[in-house]
Ligand binder design. Structure first.
Ligand code: ARG
Ligand code: ZN
Length: 864
């Protein structure tokens, strides 16, 4: 049954200490959990503990064994009625359970990743380890003794500080850990295995030494360096930006190959998907490097925003996630180009979060109703949640924001709190009334802002009128006006008059502002830095957009105007494939190519919106017409600007400015993607692949360049593709993360042959649905990166996805549930596609053993 935010009440019992003893064995691990419990309410309350997939061995209350008549067990709960509990307020309960990590393919609770044991407890995985009050507002001090075979598992890790270790009979050993910080069960972790260990240290601002330890699979030590440096940079940044220091004597990160998500911020012992740890230039791309640094930072920042101050209940997830994503975005912006970082944040938001907010699973950043919590680790809670924090930052300014953070930690350190608590601290510290702003936490959907302009030539008065409307749905029949920061720039056309930049606060449904001092109508650049997560209805003509592209101060506006220009051509082309694209586009592309600015920024300016970005701005999408339109536009640019593209390509290829090497590769590879559309330049793709991958000098090899060339071959189904894919597979067959890239490339080949190829890939000896990265690299890559065939008019693409989801439903419900996203958004497409997608959903709905994860989404989609 679903749970509701409105039903929250504190627990009837608290747990102050947890003493765990864990005997690790592949198919039968034993967990002894000794809990110190205190009753909070009256003595009539039963003690109800969560527990799933456990087998109960024994229950001992204050040293007295309980008989089976004294408690009740269900699939999900252990209930000890008040009549079986002591009358004292405090008591101890010792629970012995057995679990099967080997068969745990859901990868929640305790599981095996290859040869290592590890855990994932957020949100509700601890209940698969032992019976517990598995909710974030129950915080306890954990002591954990881990016991395992000494040869197979030389490292035994858990949260906090190591307090004891020793040898045991039968080649076993043990290590005992104590975490002095009370924490909810979702932050608990255990890891056991044989690893290579990269060690370093960090001296905090107050002079304490912290041991930094990164554990990776044997043989991967050299690939952990970048993660270590990223961790040190994150620690420094949080001290300098927020005055936040690390609080334990060691910080451990373990990289594993089997993991449902990116990483997990367990206190003092982060567990990471190896994809966000391992890198060297031969096997990782520039974006892998960027993402590793960002995820390392994200998990580190959680130590304060998440762990020291945690969530009262799971409806408050954005309290820690939105805030921590905002923090990692600010960190990345400072480590790299802030303009490019912001553009990439916005691309992700527009392509994925806008679609989620318009679909059947739309929810506010603080959801109100949840069936399966794992379904709410969403782009809305994370990315829109970060945009809400950013708006706050914009509204109160950087200094007040810092004061608000200080006040938040002063008030709530060591506590489990709500989103309102956070906003109240920000309001109190800044003196700003944020009552209306809080509506961002309870309303869903992307607000639409309509822009109207008027220029009074007589009085030199410019009037800007903004109207806002949040989407009306059956779940949200009467949305209110939100408090929206709108950063504008007015570009003057009269000589000697500077542009005006202003922050407007839109709080009404309709609001006007007047600006004087212009002798002719200025050009409006809306939403500088993308100051709010909204859609605009603003009919700006090509000449206004070209002015913004050239003259706006704000780099985001310059980029966005270019996107808007090409978006209007894309829209025209989807209605009429013979639409003639104006030549000013070529002029403007050539201008950008010869402008000599930051290469990473130019690369963004030259990149067309992706299929998803374009789709999220359209209604009644004909996916085939859209892929054709994108191809037509790209070919038009390639033909019109081919010569200059080649010049820039060669310039980048010859450049050896290593400080901006990633930016140079980004620009070079955008040029290559256009050139690859012209048969005359196919040889350039082949040469780049050859040089970057098939080189006698491994120092010359580069994964960014290899992958870019291969992507061109795959998207255009070039003659060399088969041979390149085969070569790449031979070369990298031993390297798991690179083989994921190989599977993803194969799944994105644009060829009529794709369905038979997909079937051979499913049968490939290295393919397995049990490894989430591998499953996503084939199935997710096909559904997300191959729109031409995913949306095949026969429906085969949808059926392929549904068939894999059906298998994953039994193996790993979380992964299955993530992959269903493109299907549940069927209402955005034309009727023929809607019907085919819906048919696939209906088939899935009839599956036996349908998981809660899939059920929640299918129910929502089919009743939409
Ligand atoms: N807290 C983790 C992070 O953001 C993610 C946990 C995701 N959990 C899940 N059940 N999907 O870093
Ligand atoms: Zn997080």
């Amino acid at each position: 049954a679903p749970r509701f935010l409105a039903d929250y009440r504190p627990a009837d019992f608290t747990i102050s200490t947890v003493n765990l003893t864990i005997y690790l064995e592949d198919s039968c691990s034993q967990v002894i959990s000794e809990l110190t419990i205190a009753r909070q309410g009256d003595s009539q309350q039963a003690l109800v503990l969560n527990g799933e997939h456990l087998s109960l061995v024994s229950l001992v209350l204050n040293n007295q064994a309980l008989s089976t008549e004294q408690y009740q067990l269900s699939e999900t709960l252990l209930t000890i009625p008040a009549s079986s509990l002591p009358t004292d307020k405090c008591f101890t309960l010792t629970i012995t359970t057995e679990i099967n990590p080997q068969e745990n393919t859901a990868l929640e609770g305790l599981f095996k990743s290859g040869d290592a044991f590890c855990t994932q407890c957020e949100a509700e995985g601890f209940r698969r380890i032992s019976y517990y009050l598995d909710r974030p507002d129950v915080m306890a001090t954990f002591t954990t003794k881990v016991i395992a075979d000494k040869a197979l598992y030389p490292y035994l890790l858990s949260n906090g500080n190591k307090i004891a270790s020793g040898e045991l009979a039968n080649n076993k050993h043990f290590v005992t850990w104590h975490d002095p910080f009370p924490k909810p069960s979702y932050l608990f972790a255990v890891v056991a295995g044989d690893f290579d260990l990269l060690e370093d240290k960090f001296i905090t601002a107050s002079g304490r030494e912290v041991a930094l330890e990164i554990f990776v699979d044997k043989g991967n030590l050299s690939k952990a360096k970048h993660a270590m440096v990223s961790l040190q940079k994150s620690m420094t940044w949080d001290e300098q930006t927020f005055g936040l220091e690390y609080d334990l004597d060691s910080y451990m990160i373990v990289a594993v190959d089997f993991f449902n998500m990116g990483a997990m911020e367990n206190k003092g012992l982060n567990v990471f998907n190896s994809k966000y740890v391992l890198a060297d230039s031969q096997c990782a791309t520039d974006s892998d490097y960027f993402n590793i640094e960002a995820v390392i930072a994200h998990e580190y920042f959680h130590n304060w925003t998440g762990n020291r101050v945690t969530c009262r209940d799971w409806f408050q997830l954005s309290l820690k996630e939105g805030l921590t994503v905002f923090r990692d975005q600010q960190f990345s912006a400072q480590m790299h180009s802030s303009a490019v970082t912001r553009i990439q944040n916005v691309r992700l938001l527009r392509s994925q979060q806008f679609a989620e907010d318009a679909g059947p699973m739309a929810h506010p950043i603080r959801p109100e109703k949840v069936l399966e919590m794992n379904n709410f680790y969403t782009l809305t809670v994370y990315e829109k949640g970060a945009e809400v924090i950013r708006m706050l930052h914009t509204l109160i300014g950087v200094n007040h924001f810092r004061k608000g953070m200080d006040l938040y930690f002063f008030r709530f350190d060591g506590m489990a709190v709500t989103c309102d608590d956070f906003i109240n601290a920000m309001s109190d510290a800044s003196g700003k009334d944020l009552t209306q702003f809080k509506l961002w936490y309870s309303q869903s959907g992307t607000p639409v802002i309509t822009v109207e302009e008027d220029f009074d030539q007589q009085n030199n008065l410019y009037t800007l009128t903004l109207l806002q409307q949040s989407p009306v749905t059956h779940k949200q029949p009467n949305p209110q006006a939100l408090h929206i920061p709108i950063n504008v720039e007015l570009i003057s056309h009269s000589d000697g008059i500077a542009s005006q930049r202003q922050l407007l606060e839109l709080t009404q449904t309709k609001q006007c502002w007047q600006f004087s001092g212009f002798s002719s109508k200025p050009t409006l650049a809306m939403l500088a830095d993308f100051s709010a997560p909204v859609k605009l209805v603003f009919a700006q003509d090509d000449s206004a957009l070209l002015t913004i592209m050239k003259q706006a101060d704000n780099s985001f506006c310059r980029w966005d105007a270019g996107q808007k220009l090409v978006m209007s051509y894309i829209q025209q082309l989807t209605f009429d494939a013979s639409y003639v694209i104006p030549d000013v586009l070529i002029t403007s592309i050539n201008d950008i190519l010869t402008s000599g600015g930051d290469r990473a920024f130019i690369a963004e300016q030259l990149s067309l919106p992706s299929f998803d970005e374009a789709a999220s701005l359209m209604a009644d999408i004909d996916p085939i017409a859209l892929t054709n339109a994108l191809n037509t536009l790209a070919s038009f640019i390639a033909q019109g600007a081919g010569q200059q593209l080649l010049v820039n390509y060669q310039e980048c290829q010859q450049s050896n400015a290593s400080h901006s090497a990633a930016a140079t590769r980004a620009l070079k590879n955008v040029c290559l993607s256009y050139l690859s559309l012209l048969p005359d330049y196919h040889y350039v793709v082949a040469e780049q692949y050859q040089q970057a991958t098939n080189n006698n000098d491994t120092a010359q090899e580069n994964m960014t360049d290899s992958l870019a060339a291969l992507t061109c071959s795959a998207k255009n189904n070039l003659a060399d593709l088969a041979q390149q894919l085969q070569h790449f597979e031979q070369k990298w067959q031993q390297t798991t993360l690179v083989m994921d890239k190989w599977f993803a490339l194969n799944a994105s080949v644009v060829s009529d042959d794709i369905f038979s190829q997909l079937n051979s890939l499913l049968a490939h000896p290295q393919f397995s649905l049990k490894n989430p990265n591998r499953a996503r690299s084939l199935i997710g890559a096909f559904a997300m990166n191959n729109p031409r065939y995913f949306h095949c008019p026969t429906g085969r693409g949808y059926q392929f996805l549904a068939a894999q989801i059906a298998k994953l439903n039994e193996i790993n419900p979380q992964v299955a549930s993530r992959l269903i996203t493109p299907l549940i958004q069927y209402k955005r497409f034309t009727l023929a596609h809607q019907q085919l997608m819906k048919a696939a959903l209906i088939t899935l709905h009839t599956l036996p053993n349908l998981s809660n994860d899939l059920k929640e989404k299918l129910d929502a989609a089919l009743s939409d």
